[in-house]
Design a protein around this ligand. Structure first.
Ligand code: S3P
Length: 169
């Protein structure tokens, strides 16, 4: 079983990924951390020093490297499904779960962490909310291709069991 968690920044991919992986004895992989490890740089520094195109290229490569792992939950960066044919690739190589959340929910979760996220760095709150609304609309056609969609606001430890039952039935 190889599960890809997808969704906008602040939708809870890493949070729930870690919890669900622990409960189900699956390996947890954070794609951004894999990229940081491979580059020897933090995500903001990769964007600043090498640019977004380089980051997206690394993201696509590290994503494909996850095919070497079985029985794992992979938390993907918010943009991962939207570049380099990644969405098709994930659907062909695992089960994709989109954590869906409304803009205000995402805003509340990321407004204090803009410094660690290069796409929203230096934005004030009004700019951030506008950005989330626009970007989410743009990304939705990709997120919608996920095999399962789960409402981020209602997730619990048990939610994953239900999803697994759906996948395996
Ligand atoms: C990005 C989301 C980030 C990270 C990078 C780009 C995006 O991951 O991959 O800053 O394009 O939405 P999180 O969704 O884990 O914050």
């Amino acid at each position: 079983m190889r599960i890809y968690l997808l969704g906008f920044m602040g939708s809870g991919k890493s949070h729930w990924g870690k919890i669900w992986a622990k409960v189900h004895q699956l390996e947890f992989i954070d794609l951004d951390k894999e990229i940081e490890h491979a580059c020897g740089l933090l995500i903001p520094d990769i964007f600043e020093k090498k640019g977004e195109d380089f980051f997206r290229d690394m993201e696509a490569r590290m994503l494909r490297a996850t095919a070497a792992n079985d029985d794992c939950i992979i938390s993907c960066g918010g943009g991962a499904p939207c570049f380099a044919g990644n969405m098709e690739w994930m659907n062909a190589n695992g089960h994709t779960i989109f954590l869906e959340a409304p803009p205000v929910y995402l805003f509340e979760n990321i407004k204090k962490e803009t410094g660690t996220r290069p796409l929203i760095n230096h934005m004030n709150e009004a700019e951030l909310l506008f950005f989330i609304e626009q970007k989410l609309k743009e990304r939705m056609p990709f997120y919608r291709q996920a095999k399962t969609t789960a409402p981020a606001k209602e997730l619990t430890e048990e939610s994953f069991e239900k999803i697994i039952q759906q996948i395996t039935s």
